[in-house]
Design a protein. Structure first.
Length: 317
């Protein structure tokens, strides 16, 4: 009885956190980004079509290929391989916009890439996830409600996009009509956004620490390399193509800061246990979320590192 009550309380706490607290925190972060941007920033972001096109290429094509390559190079266990590929298929997260803004990137381009990658992922993720599961598991029984998985993923991505677009739009609109007011609140909101971001990082570490301990030996290096190589590769490609440091940092962040919460949600609610004819488990969906848990910690660590390096360089000037 007491165990049931305890489980119910824990479930209520998690629901409160993910459905109320986290959206409010992400809203505050989005608002802090919005008040720092003008409408003209978004049009200027697309004056060099090379930047958004390269960003979409890195995030939608190169990142999944790199995720797949890591599973081969490190001979990753099948459940962890599905999880690693799943993370690489997810779109950018709203927190990447704040990181890009305060790490010396182009905020408007970051927001635009997050929205576009989310729209593309609605169509690509269900198909590629199904392909990955069947490749690694050689079974289609792992996907719960295959017919509805595209709809469920689409709703999750659209919900995330709304949390990103709405506060940014409010902030940009406020900046347009009340520039003086927004300039006064810009710094306090950035500080608030920073505190919110720190809270997310601390929560991610505390929430996923046990999962990380279990899976790090098998997939930790592969996840780390996926994050760091993609960020470095995106930055390098931007510099080679003449986009400059600011746009390079933006593309690096958009390629490295993913909506890992989507991978966790899919792993928990849209994948099922598969057993062989003798009842032995041949696919455990609980293992699928481990790469996403590890990736969450690595990506926020790399993001915060870029922020610290940017401010160190600014203060040194």
């Amino acid at each position: 009885m007491s165990s049931t009550v305890s489980d119910d309380d824990e479930s209520m706490d998690e629901t409160l956190l993910t459905q109320l607290v986290l959206p409010v925190v992400l809203f505050a972060i989005g608002l802090s980004v919005g008040v720092s941007l003008n409408v003209s920033d978004f049009s200027r972001a697309f004056q060099q079509p090379k930047a958004p096109l390269l960003g979409i290429f890195c995030q939608v094509i190169l990142l999944p290929l790199m995720g797949w390559l890591m599973t081969i190079l490190f001979n990753v266990k099948k459940e962890l391989a599905v999880g690693l590929v799943l993370v690489s298929l997810c779109p950018g997260g709203g927190s990447s916009n704040y990181i890009a803004l305060v790490a010396g990137g182009e905020g408007a381009l970051s927001v635009s890439l997050t929205v576009v990658s989310g729209a593309v992922t609605i169509f690509t993720l269900p198909f590629l996830l199904d392909f990955s599961v069947q490749h690694f598991i050689e079974s289609d029984e792992a996907l719960v409600g295959t017919d509805g998985i595209a709809i469920n993923i689409g709703e999750l991505i659209l919900g995330s996009a709304l949390i990103t677009i709405l506060p940014v739009s409010i902030g940009v609109t406020c900046r347009h009509f009340k520039p003086g007011f927004c300039q006064r609140i810009e710094k306090p909101l950035k500080i608030l956004g920073g505190l919110c971001m720190t809270g997310i990082v601390v929560f991610a570490i505390l929430a996923y620490l046990d999962l990380v301990k279990e899976a790090f030996r098998e997939v930790g290096v592969a996840v780390f390399l996926l994050n760091t190589i993609m960020m470095g590769l995106s930055y390098g490609m931007a510099r080679v193509t003449g986009l400059g440091h600011t746009l390079g940092i933006t593309l690096a962040i958009e390629s490295g800061i993913q909506y890992s919460g989507l991978a966790l949600t899919i792993g928990v609610s849209m994948l099922d246990t598969v057993r062989d004819g003798d009842g032995n488990v041949i696919f455990d969906p609980d293992l699928v979320i481990m790469p996403a848990a590890i990736y969450t910690i690595f990506m926020y660590t790399s993001g915060m590192t870029l922020i610290v390096l940017h401010h160190f360089n600014e203060n040194a000037k």
